[in-house]
Design a protein around this ligand. Sequence first.
Ligand SMILES: NC(=O)c1ccc[n+]([C@@H]2O[C@H](COP(=O)([O-])OP(=O)(O)OC[C@H]3O[C@@H](n4cnc5c(N)ncnc54)[C@H](O)[C@@H]3O)[C@@H](O)[C@H]2O)c1
Length: 369
Amino acid sequence: MLCKSITRFSYCFTKNICKSFHISDNPSYSKNERTKYVNTNNAIKSPKILITGGLGQLGTECAKVLRRNYGNENVILSDIIKPTEESLENGPFIFADILDFKGLQKIVVDYRIDWLIHFSALLSAVGEQNVPLAVRVNIEGMHNVIELAKQYKLRIFIPSTIGAFGPDSPRNPTPNITVQRPRTIYGVSKVHAELLGEYYHHRFGLDFRCLRFPGVISCDPPGGGTTDYAVAVFHEGLLNKRYECYLEPHTRLPMMYIEDCLSALFQFLNTPNELLRRRVYNVTAMSFTPEELFNEILKYIPDLKITYKPDKRQYIAENWPQVFDDSEARHDWGWQHKYDLERLVKSMVKDVSNNFLPKHRLKEVNSYV
Ligand SMILES: NC(=O)c1ccc[n+]([C@@H]2O[C@H](COP(=O)([O-])OP(=O)(O)OC[C@H]3O[C@@H](n4cnc5c(N)ncnc54)[C@H](O)[C@@H]3O)[C@@H](O)[C@H]2O)c1
């Protein structure tokens, strides 16, 4: 009887979490998984989560979502850069350099970490500008966190990317399993992470989880990737009604709004192991070209002037998937996106107008565009 009510309580907890992220209430989730975080006092025990590289485009928003669900104190944001006042507002922030193994060990022990969300990385365009640093951060840093996760039996999430594919991969659509062979150090480091994670899972039983994200679009400034134009155009467009695009108008790439990205991450983190046929899944929401995106934005900013000046990022984009096949994620753990192009643009215009414009001056925007 007691067991039944614990299971029920835990089930409701999971169901409520799922509701707030439009996550399907999958009846095949096992009882064991639902009760996993119920402690001996019958209270729900939230996992303690460390986010590395947490002050980047994805980290801060991810922390908000996890804190809403697991409590502010249970989610520790970390990075090597100085936090803003705002990023200190809702929970703990600490310094953590992923190249310092002992430092990471101390954090895991001191904070009794259960899950590690590893966001630290140099993205595609930035990585090409400093290959030795990208090797250190993306490969050596990843060795540190995966070894840490093995030692302390942590659940570890490492994002991968559409950039993990290359010119030999089928581009439309790009399936979950196919030839990869990327041509950027970013892509090479991500394939390395995928393979090492899978190996640690099969060899040591590590609970390694990885989603290949497409370009993620959010109000926050992006970190130097090839899909950044799809964020920058909102900032530039709303600030001064013009934008110079570094990709050709017909360059099609897979994309996703931040809310869908975090929803996928949250749902995937909470999926019982027995439903996962793979440790690495493609996820996406839509595919569009710069021209298609700008035409949609013109509905909100009719006097927006667009010019094109392709640079080295065009070459990177031409070797990436155009359409991402995420049918395995949809089949195995019920992934569903919510935002299409129309809805994405509507939300971004609102987000950037309300949250970004009042806080940031044009000068700051130009520094990463
Ligand atoms: N943003 C996207 O569109 C996208 C798409 C696919 C995958 N991803 C992946 O998601 C993750 C997060 O992406 P993002 O866009 O937030 O990146 P970002 O560049 O905005 O943030 C990365 C963070 O890593 C930190 N970092 C760098 N070196 C570090 C070190 N030695 N120790 C600790 N932290 C360090 C940086 O300070 C930065 O805050 C990355 O792994 C990226 O590959 C992102």
